[in-house]
Structures are given as structure tokens and as C-alpha cells.
Design a protein around this ligand. Structure first.
Ligand code: ATP
Length: 329
């Protein structure tokens, strides 16, 4: 590997936390130290960069964190970094420590900030995608998604016990903002009777079919998995509509909320975070900048920050067809 005189780097997490961020911090730190590169952790993302909240990371500082959810470096959203004055202050703090490369673990917003900074100052930034939403272009995977989907499945398995015991239907709302990927995958994995996601609104006819055929005539139970971005109002709104039409059926709403962001990362998230963390350091060492590390066909790839944006991942029609075949009878 051709080294570009990188002697000191910094790592930070930014935007919403995601399980696996710690595994990425660990990989970045260890890969750097192995290459005799000094590492600073920046607390609270870009805010800490501006407020001079740095601490050196040694081998032992990141021991045992691979299995922890959240981020030991804390995270934040920082308005000041969107101003030139804020970024200039951040630059001075990086320069003061002779930091000559930065790894940003976060979402597309964080990479926008990193790209803006790199267009103004001479310190290279490399990004690692960490968000449970899996909604960033240029990579087929973002760290945290697999843990989140498994958390949803575990929670719904428990809710199903009550649904079956009481003959109730539960409208369960998952996160994912405007994206239905989390609801679709977890809905299939936990055997939901109906899955409602923003990308395929016509699935609501499946809900009516299920209610009329299975609930009204037989006393039965079921899970309706609803993405939070489904129409306006998510699970609450759709449950209200059903209750108004069928006052006799027992329906409950569970909004899973932030439990989906926490928890110990799955093996897949730990492995991906480790691969991406090492790739980010390898990139800095050979003089790469302004790129996000991603996965394509399971292989590590590099994507220019200019091509990275938040985007709806196209829904695999096979999954929709699968759901219909599995639930129609
Ligand atoms: P998540 O997917 O969890 O929302 P994110 O990285 O997209 O993560 P954002 O809040 O969009 O989260 O962005 C994180 C931070 O990046 C912002 O608080 C801000 O400091 C910085 N940032 C975002 N966009 C810009 C920009 N255009 N210029 C400078 N900084 C930016």
C-alpha cells in the first residue's frame, strides 16, 4: 500500500445513532494504530469538532465495544457546522492537532457536511454509512439495518403471543421514515398478515381483504405491519379507519419507536462495520478523499460524496409477491 504521509486521523459519529457504529469506531481505530497512525475520537460529531471536544484513542480505549449499541463517541446534529464560521473553527481545531484525515460515521446529511468541508479545507474526509434506515444511494447496505430488523422481529414475535391469546389484531408501526424497507423485511420475517409501506399503497386492499375474510367471519388474530411513513399518520391512522368501520373487532396499536435504534449489533452489522472501518483507513492511507465506503454485491466499494444522497431503495417486487402468496388462502 502506498502511504500518503498520514500520521494522525480523527473519527466521529454524526446524525442518528445506529447499532454497529461502535464496531466501526473500533475498526477505524485499530486499523489506524496498526499502521502507526495516531487516532483522536471526536465527541458529539461535528459539534465536538467545533467545540474542541477531542480525546486520543488508544488500543485499550476501544476494547470490548464491538458488541455495544449506540456510540461511545456520542452523536449530535450541529447547526453551526452548516455555516462557514463553524467549519473554519472545526478546521483550526483539527490543524492544531496535526490531524490529516477524518472518518465520519453517519448518514447522508453528515456526508453533505463532510463534502462541504472538504471543498473548503485541505483535510480529506472519508464516510462510513451508519443508519438503520438503509436509505443511502451508492451502497446496498448501511450499518445498523440488520440489527434494527432483528429487533423488530423479536418485538413482534412477543406481540403475537398476546394477539393470538386474545384474538386481537395488532397494528405494529416500525421506523424507517419515508422508506418501507424495514417494515417489509420484518413483516415477512415475523409472518405479518398484511404489510403496509409507502412505496406500495395499493396493499391496503390486502388489509380489507384480511379483515373481511379472516377477522369478521372467524374470530382470529393477526399482525398488520405498518411503516411509520405509510400515508399520513402511520399505524394510528390506519387502525382508526379500521375501528370506525368494524367497531366489534379488537384492534390495538403498538408503535415500536426507539427500541429499534438500540441493542447489541448483529453479527452482520459487526462484520460490515469492521470491513468498512478498515477500508476507510486503507483509503486515507493511499490518499483517497471525499468518498463514502459502501457495499455492492457484498464487496467493498468507494463512492464519491457527490453521488451520495438519501434515496428510496426500490422495493423488490419479489417480496411483495412473496407476501401475497404466503398470506392468501
Ligand atoms: P440520519 O440518517 O440519522 O439523519 P444524517 O447524517 O443524515 O443521519 P443529518 O442531521 O442530516 O443526519 O446531518 C448530520 C449533520 O451533518 C448536521 O447536523 C450538520 O451538522 C451536518 N450537515 C448536514 N448537511 C450539511 C450541509 N449541507 N453543510 C454542512 N453541514 C451539513
Amino acid at each position: 500500500m502506498q502511504k500518503k504521509g498520514i500520521k494522525c486521523i480523527a473519527v466521529l459519529t454524526s446524525g442518528g445513532d445506529a447499532p454497529g457504529m461502535n464496531a466501526a469506531i473500533r475498526a477505524v481505530t485499530r486499523a489506524a494504530l496498526t499502521n502507526n497512525v495516531k487516532v483522536f475520537g471526536i465527541n458529539y460529531g461535528f459539534q465536538g469538532m467545533i467545540e474542541n471536544d477531542f480525546s486520543e484513542l488508544n488500543y485499550e480505549d476501544i476494547g470490548g465495544i464491538i458488541s455495544l449499541g449506540g456510540t461511545i463517541l456520542k452523536t449530535a446534529r450541529c447547526k453551526k457546522f452548516t455555516t462557514y464560521e463553524g467549519r473554519e473553527k472545526a478546521y483550526k481545531n483539527l490543524k492544531e492537532r496535526n490531524i490529516d484525515g477524518v472518518v465520519v460515521i453517519g448518514g447522508d446529511g453528515s456526508f453533505k457536511g463532510a463534502a462541504q468541508f472538504s471543498s473548503e479545507f485541505d483535510i480529506p474526509f472519508i464516510g462510513i454509512p451508519g443508519t438503520i434506515d438503509n436509505d443511502i444511494t451508492g451502497t446496498e447496505y448501511t450499518i445498523g439495518f440488520d440489527t434494527a430488523i432483528n429487533t423488530v422481529v423479536e418485538a413482534v414475535d412477543k406481540i403475537k403471543d398476546t394477539a393470538r391469546s386474545h384474538g386481537r389484531i395488532f397494528f405494529v408501526e416500525s421506523m424507517g421514515r419515508e422508506a418501507g424497507l424495514l417494515a417489509l423485511g420484518s413483516g415477512i420475517a415475523c409472518g405479518a398478515e398484511v404489510i403496509l409501506i409507502p412505496e406500495v399503497p395499493e396493499q391496503e386492499k390486502e388489509l380489507d381483504r384480511f379483515i373481511n375474510k379472516d377477522i369478521v367471519n372467524k374470530k382470529s388474530s393477526g399482525i398488520i405491519m405498518v411503516a411509520e411513513g405509510y400515508k399520513t399518520g402511520g399505524a394510528l391512522k390506519i387502525a382508526e379507519r379500521v375501528k370506525a368501520q368494524h367497531p366489534d373487532i379488537e384492534a390495538r396499536v403498538t408503535i415500536l419507536g426507539h427500541i429499534q435504534r438500540g441493542g447489541n449489533p448483529t453479527a452482520q452489522d459487526r462484520i460490515t462495520a469492521t470491513r468498512m472501518g478498515v477500508a476507510a483507513i486503507n483509503g486515507l492511507l493511499v490518499g483517497k478523499k471525499n468518498i463514502m465506503i459502501g457495499l455492492k454485491n457484498q464487496n467493498i466499494v468507494e463512492i464519491s460524496f457527490s453521488l451520495v444522497k438519501k434515496a428510496f431503495r426500490p422495493i423488490n417486487k419479489e417480496f411483495i409477491d412473496l407476501q401475497e402468496v404466503i398470506t392468501r388462502h
